[in-house]
Design a protein around this ligand. Sequence first.
Ligand SMILES: *[C@@H]1O[C@H](CO)[C@@H](O)[C@H](O)[C@H]1NC(C)=O
Length: 505
Amino acid sequence: MKSRSSARGEPRRFGNVALLALMLCSLVALSLIRARFSPIGNTAVAETIKVEDPKPVVVSKPAVAAEAGDGTDEATAVAVEEDKDEEAQPKDEEVQPKTEHAVDATVRPAKAAVAVDASKPVCYETSRRSDTCEAAGDVRLVGRTQTIYVDTLEREWKTRPYCRKHDTYALSHVKEWSLKPFPSGDGAAPKCTSNSSATAFVISTGGFTGNPFHDYTDVLIPAFITAHRFAGEVQFLVSSYKSWWMSRYIQIFQQMSRYEVVDIDADDEVRCYPSAVVGPTFHKELGVDPSKAPSGVSVADFRKMLRSAFGLERATATPSGDRWDIRRRPRLLIISRRTSRGRAFMNERAMADMAGSLGFDVRIGDPDTTSDTSKFARLVNSCDVMVGVHGAGLTNMVFLPAGAVLVQVVPYGRLEWLARNTFAEPSAGMEVHYLEYVVQLDETTLSEQYPSDHLVLKDPMAIHKQGWDALKTTYLDKQNVRPHLGRLKKTFLQALKMLPHGRDD
Ligand SMILES: *[C@@H]1O[C@H](CO)[C@@H](O)[C@H](O)[C@H]1NC(C)=O
C-alpha cells in the first residue's frame, strides 16, 4: 500500500532559543486550527474510502422480484434516478415514523439499556432509504402478529424493516411491524415464554432479496452496520424468512450474532428481551460511511467479517511465492453466464486465451452453477482480477482481496450511470481498483437482433425514456456481448499494471 513520505523541511537552526519557542507555539496553534477545520480527521483514511454519496437510486419494478431466487441477476432493479420520488410518493403507513418527530419523551431512560440509545426517538430515519426503531425496557415480541410490546412506550409506532422505504413495490413484500405500549386495563401484555439477555434485531428478507446485489446492499451490509455495536449479543429475528436464502448467508449471520436466527413470522413464542432494534441502517450502495456509523465501522470491517465467515485467506492481492514461482502469476476470473439469461460473454474462451497469453492464470466461473456461497467466494478471493458484465455476478467483488482489480463490462445502451452507482463507486470503499469496458455497437448481439437504423441501436436514451422495464428488457435481459479482443487486451494490460505481481518487492 501507499506510504506517505513526509516532506517536512528541517527547521533552520537559530541560536535564538526564544525564536524557536515562538515558532513551536505558532506551529501548535496552526495544527489546532487545521484539525478543527478539516472535515474528517484522518485524511489518509478518507481518501481510500471516500465514495461520492450516490444519487438516490430508487428501485422500481416487479420484474426483479419475479427473478428473485434465481441467482445472480444483480442490480437490475437499481435504476431510474428518482429524486422526485422523495416528495411525490405518499407513505402508505399511517403511523410512519419520521425524523421530524424527533424530540420525543416516549422512552424513559432504559434500565437494562444494552447499547440502545434511549435519548433518540423510538423510530427515526437513519438514511433517505431506511428507518430504524429502537426501544429498551420490558420488550415482549410476538412474531405471529409482528407486534412488539414495550413497557416504556407511550404511543404506537409502525415500520417496515427493509432499506427501501420509498419503494412501494419492494415494501409490498415486507411485513409491517408495530411497537406498542403495554395494553392498559385488563388486557395485560402477553407472558414471556422465552427470555433472552441479547438485543432483539428484526429484519426482513422480503423486498428484492434473492438478487445478490440487493441481498448485500439492502440487507446484509445494513444489518452489519446496525449489529456491529452489539458484538454478537444480538438475536436476528427474520421476517419473510426464506430458508433457501438463509442457507446461502447463514455463515454471515453466525459471525454477527451468537444466537440462533429465528423465522419470526412462524414463531409461536413470546420472546422477551431488554431491548429491541427494528430495521437495519442503510448508508450507501454496497458501502458503509464510517462517519455515520455509531461504532465507526467500515466496509473493510464488513469484508473482514466475510473472510471469517467463508474462510477466505487473502486480505490483499499479494502474490504468493517468490518472483520465479509459477504460482506468482496473477489470477483472472471471467464471470460466465448462460446466454439465455442475457449479459453473457459470447467469446469467453477466446477472452481466456488472450488473458492467458498476457501471463494470467485464467479461471472461468459461473456463480449460477453453485448454490455453495463459500465455494464461489473462495474462488473469487483467490483471484487478482475479476471480469464480468454489469449485474451478472459482479457483487462477488465483496470477496476480492484489497488491491485486486474489478473490470466491469458495461453493455451497449448508455448504461454508464447505472454501472457507476452500482459497482464503480462501491469498489473504492472496498479498496478494489476499478476498470470499465464499455461495449460498442459492433460488440453487442443487439446489432444482430435489430436493423441498424432501429431506435434501440441509434438512440438508447429514447428507450431509457420509456422507463425501467423497457430499458431492462432491451439492454439487460436480451443482450449478450462479444468484446473486441484487441481492445479488451488493453484493459487487461492496464489491470496487470495495477497489481503488485510484476514488481520485485
Ligand atoms: C422470564 O423472565 C421473567 C421475569 O424475570 C420471569 O417471570 C419468567 O418466568 C421468565 N420466563 C421464562 C420462560 O424463563
